[in-house]
Design a protein around this ligand. Sequence first.
Ligand code: ASP
Length: 439
Amino acid sequence: MLKVTKFGGSSMADAGQYKKVRDIITADPERRVVVVSAAGKRNSADHKITDLLYLCHAHTQYGVACDPVFEMITSRYIEIRDELGIQLDLETEFAELKERLDAKQVSQDEMASRGEYFSAKLMAAYLGFDFVDSADWVFFNIDGTVDTEKSYAALSAKAKDCHGVVIPGFYGVMPDGTIRTFSRGGSDITGSLAAAALDAGVYENWTDVSGILMADPRIVENPHPIAEITYEELRELAYAGANVLHEGAIYPVRKKNIPLNIRNTNDPAAPGTMIRKHFDSETDPDRIITGITGKKDFSIITIFKRGLTNEVGILRRILSVLEKHGVSVEFVPNGMDNVSLAIPTAKLTPHLYAILADIQQDIAPDNITVHDQIAVITAVGHQMAFRPGVSGKIFAALGKADINIRMINQGPDEVNIIFGVENKDFADAIRVLYNSFIK
Ligand code: ASP
Protein backbone atom coordinates (compact mmCIF):
# COMPACT_ATOMS: atom_id res chain seq x y z
CA MET A 1 0.00 0.00 0.00
CA LEU A 2 1.23 3.48 -0.84
CA LYS A 3 0.86 6.24 1.73
CA VAL A 4 0.93 9.86 0.64
CA THR A 5 2.05 12.10 3.48
CA LYS A 6 1.72 15.87 3.73
CA PHE A 7 3.58 17.94 6.29
CA GLY A 8 2.31 21.40 7.20
CA GLY A 9 4.32 24.54 7.97
CA SER A 10 4.95 23.80 11.64
CA SER A 11 6.39 20.38 10.70
CA MET A 12 8.83 22.16 8.36
CA ALA A 13 9.73 25.07 10.64
CA ASP A 14 13.30 24.13 11.61
CA ALA A 15 15.96 21.41 11.58
CA GLY A 16 14.45 19.70 14.64
CA GLN A 17 11.14 19.34 12.83
CA TYR A 18 12.87 17.98 9.70
CA LYS A 19 14.36 15.23 11.89
CA LYS A 20 10.91 14.32 13.18
CA VAL A 21 9.62 14.16 9.61
CA ARG A 22 12.47 11.88 8.61
CA ASP A 23 11.79 9.57 11.55
CA ILE A 24 8.13 9.36 10.52
CA ILE A 25 9.02 8.60 6.90
CA THR A 26 11.67 6.00 7.70
CA ALA A 27 9.42 4.30 10.27
CA ASP A 28 7.13 3.10 7.49
CA PRO A 29 8.43 2.09 4.04
CA GLU A 30 4.96 2.63 2.59
CA ARG A 31 5.37 6.38 3.13
CA ARG A 32 6.97 7.03 -0.22
CA VAL A 33 5.36 10.30 -1.28
CA VAL A 34 5.93 13.42 0.78
CA VAL A 35 4.20 16.74 0.13
CA VAL A 36 5.51 19.74 2.05
CA SER A 37 4.46 23.25 3.04
CA ALA A 38 6.74 26.25 3.34
CA ALA A 39 8.49 26.70 6.69
CA GLY A 40 5.97 27.87 9.28
CA LYS A 41 6.37 29.62 12.61
CA ARG A 42 8.89 28.26 15.12
CA ASN A 43 7.12 30.07 17.94
CA SER A 44 4.21 32.47 18.29
CA ALA A 45 6.36 35.56 17.65
CA ASP A 46 7.90 34.08 14.48
CA HIS A 47 6.85 34.62 10.83
CA LYS A 48 5.59 32.16 8.26
CA ILE A 49 7.84 32.10 5.21
CA THR A 50 4.79 32.43 2.94
CA ASP A 51 3.83 35.70 4.66
CA LEU A 52 7.38 37.00 4.21
CA LEU A 53 7.35 36.07 0.53
CA TYR A 54 4.14 38.04 -0.04
CA LEU A 55 5.59 40.92 1.92
CA CYS A 56 8.80 40.90 -0.08
CA HIS A 57 6.88 40.87 -3.36
CA ALA A 58 4.70 43.77 -2.26
CA HIS A 59 7.81 45.81 -1.45
CA THR A 60 9.26 45.37 -4.91
CA GLN A 61 5.95 46.26 -6.54
CA TYR A 62 6.09 49.62 -4.80
CA GLY A 63 9.76 50.07 -5.64
CA VAL A 64 10.85 49.61 -2.01
CA ALA A 65 13.91 47.46 -1.33
CA CYS A 66 13.02 44.15 0.31
CA ASP A 67 16.56 43.00 1.08
CA PRO A 68 16.13 42.53 4.86
CA VAL A 69 12.95 40.46 4.33
CA PHE A 70 14.60 38.44 1.55
CA GLU A 71 17.51 37.81 3.87
CA MET A 72 15.13 36.51 6.58
CA ILE A 73 13.73 34.04 4.04
CA THR A 74 17.06 32.76 2.72
CA SER A 75 18.62 32.47 6.15
CA ARG A 76 15.77 30.26 7.42
CA TYR A 77 16.44 27.69 4.69
CA ILE A 78 20.21 27.97 4.83
CA GLU A 79 20.11 27.49 8.60
CA ILE A 80 18.07 24.30 8.25
CA ARG A 81 20.39 23.01 5.52
CA ASP A 82 23.55 23.69 7.52
CA GLU A 83 22.20 22.32 10.77
CA LEU A 84 21.27 19.07 9.06
CA GLY A 85 24.50 18.93 7.02
CA ILE A 86 22.59 18.70 3.71
CA GLN A 87 24.69 19.22 0.59
CA LEU A 88 22.62 21.55 -1.58
CA ASP A 89 23.45 24.79 -3.35
CA LEU A 90 20.61 27.11 -2.34
CA GLU A 91 22.61 30.32 -2.69
CA THR A 92 22.68 30.28 -6.50
CA GLU A 93 18.92 29.72 -6.79
CA PHE A 94 18.15 32.42 -4.24
CA ALA A 95 20.44 34.88 -6.04
CA GLU A 96 18.71 34.15 -9.35
CA LEU A 97 15.31 34.63 -7.77
CA LYS A 98 16.38 37.96 -6.25
CA GLU A 99 17.70 39.19 -9.56
CA ARG A 100 14.44 38.37 -11.35
CA LEU A 101 12.44 39.84 -8.47
CA ASP A 102 14.31 43.14 -8.65
CA ALA A 103 13.69 43.19 -12.39
CA LYS A 104 9.94 42.72 -11.63
CA GLN A 105 9.92 39.42 -13.49
CA VAL A 106 8.45 37.36 -10.65
CA SER A 107 4.66 37.30 -10.20
CA GLN A 108 3.08 37.34 -6.76
CA ASP A 109 2.02 33.69 -7.10
CA GLU A 110 5.45 32.56 -8.22
CA MET A 111 7.07 34.39 -5.30
CA ALA A 112 4.63 32.86 -2.79
CA SER A 113 5.24 29.39 -4.22
CA ARG A 114 8.98 29.51 -3.50
CA GLY A 115 8.42 28.69 0.16
CA GLU A 116 7.13 25.25 -0.73
CA TYR A 117 9.68 24.89 -3.55
CA PHE A 118 12.69 25.36 -1.28
CA SER A 119 11.17 23.22 1.50
CA ALA A 120 10.71 20.37 -0.96
CA LYS A 121 14.21 20.71 -2.41
CA LEU A 122 15.71 20.53 1.07
CA MET A 123 13.51 17.69 2.27
CA ALA A 124 14.19 15.65 -0.88
CA ALA A 125 17.94 16.00 -0.36
CA TYR A 126 17.58 15.16 3.34
CA LEU A 127 15.52 12.02 2.75
CA GLY A 128 17.42 10.94 -0.38
CA PHE A 129 14.14 11.05 -2.34
CA ASP A 130 13.53 12.55 -5.79
CA PHE A 131 12.23 16.11 -6.05
CA VAL A 132 9.15 16.37 -8.28
CA ASP A 133 8.23 19.98 -9.02
CA SER A 134 4.50 20.71 -8.87
CA ALA A 135 5.02 23.01 -11.85
CA ASP A 136 5.50 19.78 -13.82
CA TRP A 137 2.31 18.01 -12.79
CA VAL A 138 -0.37 20.23 -11.16
CA PHE A 139 -2.08 21.68 -14.24
CA PHE A 140 -4.69 24.41 -13.82
CA ASN A 141 -7.41 25.07 -16.35
CA ILE A 142 -7.87 28.64 -17.46
CA ASP A 143 -10.77 29.03 -14.97
CA GLY A 144 -8.51 28.14 -12.03
CA THR A 145 -9.82 24.60 -11.50
CA VAL A 146 -7.35 21.71 -11.72
CA ASP A 147 -7.25 19.51 -14.82
CA THR A 148 -7.18 16.35 -12.74
CA GLU A 149 -6.94 13.88 -15.60
CA LYS A 150 -3.85 15.53 -17.07
CA SER A 151 -2.31 16.18 -13.64
CA TYR A 152 -2.87 12.63 -12.36
CA ALA A 153 -1.36 11.12 -15.51
CA ALA A 154 1.69 13.38 -15.24
CA LEU A 155 2.37 12.56 -11.59
CA SER A 156 1.88 8.81 -12.10
CA ALA A 157 4.42 8.88 -14.93
CA LYS A 158 6.92 10.89 -12.87
CA ALA A 159 6.61 8.86 -9.66
CA LYS A 160 6.48 5.45 -11.32
CA ASP A 161 10.13 4.49 -11.05
CA CYS A 162 11.08 6.50 -7.96
CA HIS A 163 11.57 4.82 -4.60
CA GLY A 164 10.44 8.04 -2.91
CA VAL A 165 9.43 11.54 -3.97
CA VAL A 166 9.08 14.93 -2.31
CA ILE A 167 6.60 17.36 -3.83
CA PRO A 168 6.11 21.05 -2.99
CA GLY A 169 2.52 21.88 -2.03
CA PHE A 170 0.45 24.97 -2.80
CA TYR A 171 1.09 25.58 -6.52
CA GLY A 172 0.88 24.39 -10.09
CA VAL A 173 0.95 25.92 -13.58
CA MET A 174 -1.57 27.69 -15.79
CA PRO A 175 -1.96 26.65 -19.43
CA ASP A 176 0.51 29.41 -20.41
CA GLY A 177 3.15 27.94 -18.09
CA THR A 178 2.98 30.64 -15.39
CA ILE A 179 2.87 29.58 -11.75
CA ARG A 180 -0.40 29.77 -9.88
CA THR A 181 -1.02 29.04 -6.21
CA PHE A 182 -4.09 27.67 -4.50
CA SER A 183 -5.64 29.84 -1.80
CA ARG A 184 -3.85 29.98 1.56
CA GLY A 185 -3.42 26.61 3.23
CA GLY A 186 -3.55 24.99 -0.21
CA SER A 187 -0.75 22.46 0.30
CA ASP A 188 -3.49 20.24 1.74
CA ILE A 189 -5.00 20.20 -1.76
CA THR A 190 -1.70 19.22 -3.39
CA GLY A 191 -1.44 16.29 -0.98
CA SER A 192 -4.95 15.20 -1.75
CA LEU A 193 -4.36 15.44 -5.50
CA ALA A 194 -1.15 13.41 -5.17
CA ALA A 195 -2.97 10.73 -3.16
CA ALA A 196 -5.73 10.56 -5.78
CA ALA A 197 -3.26 10.56 -8.68
CA LEU A 198 -1.32 7.63 -7.25
CA ASP A 199 -4.35 5.73 -5.88
CA ALA A 200 -2.84 5.81 -2.41
CA GLY A 201 -4.18 3.56 0.34
CA VAL A 202 -4.28 6.54 2.71
CA TYR A 203 -3.56 10.27 2.66
CA GLU A 204 -1.80 11.23 5.89
CA ASN A 205 -2.00 14.93 6.70
CA TRP A 206 0.62 15.65 9.38
CA THR A 207 -0.02 18.77 11.46
CA ASP A 208 0.69 19.92 15.00
CA VAL A 209 -2.47 18.60 16.67
CA SER A 210 -3.37 15.00 17.46
CA GLY A 211 -6.38 14.99 15.19
CA ILE A 212 -9.56 16.96 15.01
CA LEU A 213 -10.83 17.72 18.48
CA MET A 214 -14.42 17.15 19.56
CA ALA A 215 -14.71 20.76 20.68
CA ASP A 216 -12.67 23.96 20.68
CA PRO A 217 -9.90 23.56 23.32
CA ARG A 218 -10.24 27.27 24.14
CA ILE A 219 -13.72 26.46 25.43
CA VAL A 220 -13.57 22.87 26.64
CA GLU A 221 -10.60 21.77 28.69
CA ASN A 222 -8.67 18.94 27.03
CA PRO A 223 -11.34 17.83 24.56
CA HIS A 224 -10.96 14.30 23.17
CA PRO A 225 -9.71 13.96 19.62
CA ILE A 226 -12.21 12.49 17.18
CA ALA A 227 -11.04 8.97 16.28
CA GLU A 228 -13.27 8.53 13.23
CA ILE A 229 -15.38 10.95 11.28
CA THR A 230 -17.15 10.82 7.93
CA TYR A 231 -16.49 13.39 5.21
CA GLU A 232 -20.06 14.56 5.59
CA GLU A 233 -19.69 15.17 9.32
CA LEU A 234 -16.39 16.95 8.74
CA ARG A 235 -18.08 19.30 6.29
CA GLU A 236 -20.70 20.14 8.88
CA LEU A 237 -18.07 20.75 11.54
CA ALA A 238 -15.88 22.84 9.23
CA TYR A 239 -18.85 24.86 8.01
CA ALA A 240 -19.83 25.66 11.53
CA GLY A 241 -16.42 26.89 12.55
CA ALA A 242 -14.00 24.01 13.19
CA ASN A 243 -11.07 24.69 10.89
CA VAL A 244 -8.69 21.84 10.22
CA LEU A 245 -8.17 21.21 6.55
CA HIS A 246 -8.44 23.30 3.42
CA GLU A 247 -11.92 22.62 2.11
CA GLY A 248 -10.56 21.87 -1.36
CA ALA A 249 -8.51 18.99 0.04
CA ILE A 250 -11.49 16.79 0.67
CA TYR A 251 -12.85 16.35 -2.84
CA PRO A 252 -9.97 14.52 -4.63
CA VAL A 253 -9.54 11.83 -1.97
CA ARG A 254 -13.24 11.52 -1.25
CA LYS A 255 -13.96 10.91 -4.93
CA LYS A 256 -11.48 8.03 -4.97
CA ASN A 257 -12.60 6.72 -1.60
CA ILE A 258 -9.16 7.22 -0.07
CA PRO A 259 -9.21 7.65 3.74
CA LEU A 260 -7.63 10.79 5.13
CA ASN A 261 -5.74 10.55 8.39
CA ILE A 262 -4.93 13.71 10.37
CA ARG A 263 -1.75 13.11 12.39
CA ASN A 264 0.58 14.99 14.72
CA THR A 265 4.27 15.30 13.78
CA ASN A 266 5.04 16.09 17.43
CA ASP A 267 3.22 12.96 18.67
CA PRO A 268 3.57 10.35 15.94
CA ALA A 269 2.33 7.53 18.18
CA ALA A 270 -1.14 9.12 18.42
CA PRO A 271 -3.50 7.60 15.83
CA GLY A 272 -5.07 10.99 15.03
CA THR A 273 -8.38 11.29 13.23
CA MET A 274 -9.44 8.99 10.41
CA ILE A 275 -11.83 10.51 7.87
CA ARG A 276 -13.74 8.19 5.51
CA LYS A 277 -16.89 8.08 3.45
CA HIS A 278 -18.48 5.80 6.01
CA PHE A 279 -17.45 3.36 8.69
CA ASP A 280 -18.47 -0.28 8.68
CA SER A 281 -18.16 -0.74 12.38
CA GLU A 282 -18.49 1.95 14.95
CA THR A 283 -15.59 2.05 17.37
CA ASP A 284 -17.85 3.38 20.06
CA PRO A 285 -21.59 2.94 19.60
CA ASP A 286 -22.24 5.06 22.68
CA ARG A 287 -20.56 8.03 21.08
CA ILE A 288 -23.61 9.73 19.64
CA ILE A 289 -22.07 13.11 19.05
CA THR A 290 -18.93 13.24 16.90
CA GLY A 291 -18.14 16.88 17.51
CA ILE A 292 -19.55 20.18 18.72
CA THR A 293 -18.84 23.53 17.17
CA GLY A 294 -20.45 26.88 16.53
CA LYS A 295 -20.20 30.50 15.52
CA LYS A 296 -21.15 33.68 17.31
CA ASP A 297 -22.64 36.93 16.05
CA PHE A 298 -25.72 36.04 14.09
CA SER A 299 -28.77 38.24 13.63
CA ILE A 300 -32.24 36.78 13.42
CA ILE A 301 -34.92 38.61 11.46
CA THR A 302 -38.38 37.28 12.36
CA ILE A 303 -41.30 38.12 10.13
CA PHE A 304 -44.78 37.72 11.65
CA LYS A 305 -47.81 37.46 9.41
CA ARG A 306 -51.06 35.72 10.20
CA GLY A 307 -51.60 32.72 7.95
CA LEU A 308 -48.05 32.93 6.59
CA THR A 309 -47.64 29.16 6.18
CA ASN A 310 -50.72 29.00 3.93
CA GLU A 311 -49.62 31.80 1.65
CA VAL A 312 -48.23 30.22 -1.52
CA GLY A 313 -44.82 31.57 -2.54
CA ILE A 314 -44.26 33.77 0.51
CA LEU A 315 -40.95 32.14 1.46
CA ARG A 316 -39.68 32.62 -2.07
CA ARG A 317 -40.67 36.28 -1.97
CA ILE A 318 -38.92 36.81 1.36
CA LEU A 319 -35.79 35.05 0.18
CA SER A 320 -35.73 37.02 -3.07
CA VAL A 321 -35.49 40.23 -1.05
CA LEU A 322 -32.33 38.84 0.54
CA GLU A 323 -31.08 37.65 -2.83
CA LYS A 324 -31.62 41.11 -4.31
CA HIS A 325 -29.28 42.52 -1.67
CA GLY A 326 -26.72 39.73 -2.13
CA VAL A 327 -27.17 38.38 1.40
CA SER A 328 -27.30 34.62 1.94
CA VAL A 329 -29.43 33.15 4.69
CA GLU A 330 -27.94 30.35 6.79
CA PHE A 331 -31.00 29.00 8.62
CA VAL A 332 -34.73 29.47 8.14
CA PRO A 333 -36.67 28.11 11.12
CA ASN A 334 -40.40 28.80 10.93
CA GLY A 335 -43.70 28.61 12.82
CA MET A 336 -47.40 28.85 11.85
CA ASP A 337 -47.49 32.60 11.56
CA ASN A 338 -43.83 33.51 11.40
CA VAL A 339 -40.55 32.74 9.74
CA SER A 340 -37.04 33.61 10.94
CA LEU A 341 -33.92 34.22 8.94
CA ALA A 342 -30.57 33.64 10.64
CA ILE A 343 -27.77 35.62 9.00
CA PRO A 344 -24.23 36.49 10.17
CA THR A 345 -24.53 40.04 11.55
CA ALA A 346 -21.46 41.31 9.69
CA LYS A 347 -23.03 40.32 6.36
CA LEU A 348 -26.46 41.67 7.22
CA THR A 349 -25.61 45.04 8.79
CA PRO A 350 -24.70 46.98 5.62
CA HIS A 351 -28.06 46.01 4.02
CA LEU A 352 -30.34 45.75 7.04
CA TYR A 353 -32.53 48.83 6.58
CA ALA A 354 -32.90 48.34 2.83
CA ILE A 355 -33.91 44.70 3.44
CA LEU A 356 -36.44 45.62 6.13
CA ALA A 357 -37.96 48.29 3.87
CA ASP A 358 -38.30 45.81 0.98
CA ILE A 359 -39.85 43.15 3.23
CA GLN A 360 -42.30 45.73 4.53
CA GLN A 361 -43.28 46.59 1.00
CA ASP A 362 -43.34 43.14 -0.64
CA ILE A 363 -44.70 41.01 2.22
CA ALA A 364 -46.80 43.47 4.26
CA PRO A 365 -46.06 41.63 7.52
CA ASP A 366 -47.90 42.22 10.82
CA ASN A 367 -44.57 42.75 12.55
CA ILE A 368 -40.82 42.31 12.04
CA THR A 369 -38.22 41.93 14.79
CA VAL A 370 -34.45 41.76 14.61
CA HIS A 371 -32.37 40.14 17.35
CA ASP A 372 -28.59 40.38 17.39
CA GLN A 373 -25.95 38.67 19.51
CA ILE A 374 -27.08 35.17 18.68
CA ALA A 375 -24.64 32.25 18.59
CA VAL A 376 -25.36 29.16 16.54
CA ILE A 377 -24.15 25.84 17.92
CA THR A 378 -23.99 22.64 15.92
CA ALA A 379 -23.82 19.14 17.35
CA VAL A 380 -22.65 16.81 14.57
CA GLY A 381 -22.94 13.03 14.55
CA HIS A 382 -24.18 10.55 11.97
CA GLN A 383 -25.14 8.21 14.80
CA MET A 384 -27.80 10.69 15.89
CA ALA A 385 -29.90 9.65 12.91
CA PHE A 386 -33.15 8.01 13.84
CA ARG A 387 -32.14 7.68 17.46
CA PRO A 388 -34.93 8.96 19.64
CA GLY A 389 -34.18 11.22 22.53
CA VAL A 390 -30.98 12.93 21.36
CA SER A 391 -32.49 16.39 20.95
CA GLY A 392 -34.45 15.81 24.15
CA LYS A 393 -31.22 15.13 25.99
CA ILE A 394 -29.53 18.20 24.46
CA PHE A 395 -32.35 20.54 25.38
CA ALA A 396 -32.79 19.06 28.86
CA ALA A 397 -29.08 19.59 29.57
CA LEU A 398 -29.23 23.19 28.39
CA GLY A 399 -32.43 23.84 30.34
CA LYS A 400 -30.87 22.46 33.51
CA ALA A 401 -27.95 24.84 33.04
CA ASP A 402 -30.39 27.72 32.66
CA ILE A 403 -29.43 28.40 29.05
CA ASN A 404 -32.23 29.77 26.93
CA ILE A 405 -32.57 28.33 23.43
CA ARG A 406 -33.50 30.95 20.86
CA MET A 407 -33.69 28.82 17.73
CA ILE A 408 -33.76 25.13 16.80
CA ASN A 409 -32.98 23.59 13.44
CA GLN A 410 -32.63 19.91 12.59
CA GLY A 411 -32.31 18.56 9.07
CA PRO A 412 -34.24 15.38 8.19
CA ASP A 413 -30.97 13.53 7.55
CA GLU A 414 -30.13 14.15 11.21
CA VAL A 415 -26.39 14.50 10.80
CA ASN A 416 -26.61 17.57 12.95
CA ILE A 417 -28.75 19.43 15.42
CA ILE A 418 -28.37 23.18 15.27
CA PHE A 419 -29.60 25.59 17.87
CA GLY A 420 -29.21 29.26 18.67
CA VAL A 421 -28.42 30.75 22.08
CA GLU A 422 -27.37 34.22 23.12
CA ASN A 423 -23.73 35.09 22.47
CA LYS A 424 -23.14 35.31 26.22
CA ASP A 425 -24.20 31.65 26.65
CA PHE A 426 -22.09 30.35 23.75
CA ALA A 427 -19.17 28.86 25.68
CA ASP A 428 -21.36 27.53 28.49
CA ALA A 429 -23.70 25.82 26.02
CA ILE A 430 -20.79 24.06 24.32
CA ARG A 431 -19.38 22.94 27.67
CA VAL A 432 -22.75 21.68 28.91
CA LEU A 433 -23.27 19.70 25.74
CA TYR A 434 -19.76 18.26 25.78
CA ASN A 435 -20.01 17.21 29.39
CA SER A 436 -23.41 15.59 29.02
CA PHE A 437 -22.56 13.53 25.92
CA ILE A 438 -18.86 12.88 26.14
CA LYS A 439 -17.37 11.09 29.09
N1 ASP B 1 2.37 27.97 2.70
C1 ASP B 1 1.02 28.23 2.26
C2 ASP B 1 0.29 29.05 3.31
O1 ASP B 1 0.87 29.47 4.28
C3 ASP B 1 0.28 26.99 1.91
C4 ASP B 1 0.23 25.92 2.98
O2 ASP B 1 1.03 25.89 3.88
O3 ASP B 1 -0.65 25.07 2.88
O4 ASP B 1 -0.87 29.33 3.14
